[in-house]
Write a protein that binds this ligand. Structure first.
Ligand code: ADP
Ligand code: MG
Length: 219
């Protein structure tokens, strides 16, 4: 999936102040490419990712995903496009608390009108979670929760993975393991990925590093 970001602007209002977060972001990503997005805390990485996911709207500018002009779609069309094409992995995991590991992964298939219990078992196995299938998120370690979230994001074979500091809440050793696991699967499935991190060592695993600074992308 090729992604073309053109002159993206976004501000927020805080009290009476206007804070310009993105000031003309331009970026192109090729199909199957893994891009690490680096930048200081508060530089707008999550803002940019939520625009690419179509979870938020910019002040101006374009996001083209293949031939789809994201902000020309209606809210409903955009949500459907996201559900079908984009898998998202968050820092805070965002699993559904009252569903167990199996059910959390299943939910992601159901959104795409699919049901395939043996595929879910296969993903649980690949993520080393077979013994944890019936555990609720609150009884799983951070690393285990993120492996559930990775399976949930990849199981419906999305064309694009957006990962927002997916290992930011994990200890160093687990962070490395989970990042390698995620990269291995994304490479195997030839999925395009934007991987947000502030850890340069993890960023080095990507095909390319892009830095967000002063509201723009530096190459
Ligand atoms: P990063 O992910 O790089 O840490 P963010 O994109 O989360 O940065 O945030 C960039 C800036 O925008 C921060 O200063 C943050 O406080 C501000 N911000 C983010 N979301 C909102 C919002 N909904 N309303 C107001 N300010 C926001
Ligand atoms: Mg962030």
């Amino acid at each position: 999936m090729t992604i073309k970001i053109e002159k993206l602007y976004k501000h927020y209002k805080q009290k009476d102040q206007i804070i310009q977060i993105l000031s003309g972001v331009d970026l192109e990503i090729k199909t199957g490419e893994i891009v690490a997005l680096l930048g200081k805390s508060g530089s707008g990485k999550s803002t940019l990712l939520s625009l690419i996911a179509g979870l938020d709207l910019p002040d101006s500018g374009k996001v083209l995903i293949n031939d789809t002009d994201l902000f020309k779609l209606s809210d409903e069309e955009r949500a459907r496009f996201r559900g079908k094409n984009i898998g998202i992995v968050f820092q805070q995991f965002h699993l559904v608390n009252h569903l167990n590991a199996f059910e959390n992964i299943s939910l992601s298939l159901e959104i795409n009108n699919k049901k395939d219990n043996s595929l879910i078992r296969q993903w649980l196995d690949e993520m080393g979670l077979t013994e944890r299938a019936h555990h609720l998120p609150s009884t799983l370690s951070g690393g285990e929760q993120q492996r559930v979230a990775i399976a949930r994001a990849l199981i419906f074979n999305p064309k694009l993975i957006l990962a927002d500091e997916p290992t930011g809440n994990l200890d160093n050793e687990t962070a490395k393991q989970i990042t390698k696991l995620l990269f291995d699967y994304v490479r195997k499935l030839k999925t395009t990925m934007i991987f947000v991190t502030h850890d340069r060592e993890l960023a080095e695993l990507a095909d390319r590093i892009v830095t967000l600074k002063d509201g723009r992308c530096d190459f």
